[in-house]
Design a protein around this ligand. Structure first.
Ligand code: DSN
Length: 421
């Protein structure tokens, strides 16, 4: 063997001990901690195999049958399969599976129909929206005039009358439906009615709920939207990546926006993994998974409410519970830290009309997608709620954190993942 080939054949542990060791540490963290970050999941081994495959070696700029490189006969088949599966899964007229990430998918939809200076109406970040829905430090806040809608102070649910009135006043080019921290169902038909009335294009960002939509437990935004954007790694349980769906009238322009507009070579290993994810999400087992995600979030929310926690909007319709911690006299930041010490991973999150700064917050966002992938059910959600209550009732007590951490590791051990990895 030549020197060069020897390097190519080395396993990671020998080629780079430092990175290999850190991956082992992260594997151990995932093995022992209860994963409640609402945007995370445990992907099937088949998805990881595709994403870690030799497809990483290939360039394939362009679209199937219009590639700018030779040797694309197999990778363009993979891309075609991913496109067809995405269209079938969500009932879309057109799909682009090349976007590398959710923000890029949103950028693709916005750039297809908006010019700098146009107006965009989207959900406020501190009431559930996403950075790419108009944050001043995001490209959306820099390029567009942002008008924001929020939730009703009493019900903490989207105030559709306010959305309609803001749309009539501001005549946005684009209305964005969809959120990153909103525990309730979204009325996409109502959003479309407002968009049609005011001449706006409706872009739905379904990243958080894509798996629930695929599993038939949340209304599908596709028939109501001009564009639907999504990541694949959240409730859809696919690789890190994204895609955009749209109606036929926008198809050619969307494809031009993605390539050559905002991206170069697509990540074929990610596209193959997306294809696998779309296949698995169309199977009957995935429907059972999605139903359990909803049941688990409801059970977690109910158990926490019974223990005196206040849930933003009073409950949940999806995979997510948003806790208002003000009555527990602890900030989101502190709660995230002490729960992590106790083996429970979550994230601080602003609640509507939050008096705290975004880096501190009064809320905690919890999600059921990852623990459901482990096989946990309602009984385990009660266990986890008890653990959260114990830790947040004595946040300074290291003994409590240690005791809960050991219990959580035992709970996870009964629901092992990736046994052979
Ligand atoms: N950062 C993701 C989330 O946690 O919701 C959204 O991109």
């Amino acid at each position: 063997m030549t020197y060069c080939n020897e390097i190519l054949e080395l396993p990671l542990a020998q080629a780079d001990h430092e990175i290999s060791g850190l991956i082992d540490d992260e594997r151990e963290r995932q093995r022992t901690h209860i994963e409640l970050i609402a945007s995370e999941n445990f992907v099937p081994r088949a998805v990881m195999e595709a994403q870690g495959s030799i497809l990483t070696n290939k360039y394939a700029e362009g679209y199937p049958h219009k590639k700018y490189y030779g040797g694309c006969e197999f990778v363009e088949k993979i891309e075609e399969i991913a496109i067809e599966r995405a269209k079938k899964l969500f009932g879309a007229e057109h799909a682009n599976v090349q976007p590398h990430a959710g923000t890029t998918a949103n950028q693709a939809a916005y750039f297809t129909v908006m010019k700098p200076g146009d107006t965009m109406l989207a959900m406020k970040l501190d009431q559930g929206g996403h950075l790419s829905h108009g944050h001043p430090l995001n490209f959306t806040g820099m390029l567009y005039k942002i008008v924001s809608y929020g939730v009703d102070r009493e019900t903490e649910t989207i105030d559709y009358d306010d959305v309609a009135s803001l749309a009539r006043k501001s005549r946005p080019k684009v209305i964005v439906a969809g959120a990153s921290a909103y525990p309730r169902s979204i009325d996409f038909a109502r959003f479309r009615k407002i968009a049609d009335e005011t001449g706006a294009v409706l872009v739905t960002d379904m990243a958080h709920i894509a798996g629930l939509v695929a599993g038939g437990v949340h209304e599908n935004p596709t028939p109501h939207s001009h564009f639907v954007t999504s990541t694949t790694q959240k409730s859809l349980r696919g690789p890190r990546g994204a895609f955009v769906l749209c109606t036929e009238e926008h198809a050619a322009a969307l494809d031009r926006t993605v390539f050559p507009g905002i991206q170069g070579g697509p990540l074929l290993q990610a596209i193959a993994a997306k294809a696998v994810c779309f296949k698995l999400a169309g199977e009957p087992e995935f429907k059972i998974y999605a139903e359990q995600v909803i049941k688990n979030a409801a059970a977690l929310g109910l158990a926490l409410r019974e223990r005196g926690f206040r849930l933003v909007s009073g409950g949940t319709d999806n995979h997510m519970v948003l806790l208002d911690l003000r009555s527990r006299r602890i900030t989101g930041k502190a709660a995230e830290r002490v729960l992590e010490e106790a083996g429970i991973t979550s994230n601080k999150n602003a609640i509507p009309f939050d008096p705290e700064k975004p880096a501190v917050t009064s809320g905690l966002r919890l999600g059921s997608a990852a623990v459901t992938s482990r096989g946990m059910k309602e009984g385990e959600m009660k266990e986890i709620a008890r653990a959260i209550d114990e830790v947040l009732s004595s946040p300074e007590d290291a003994m409590t954190a240690r005791r809960v951490r050991s219990r959580m590791a035992d709970l996870n051990a009964a629901f092992q993942l990736y046994k052979s990895l």
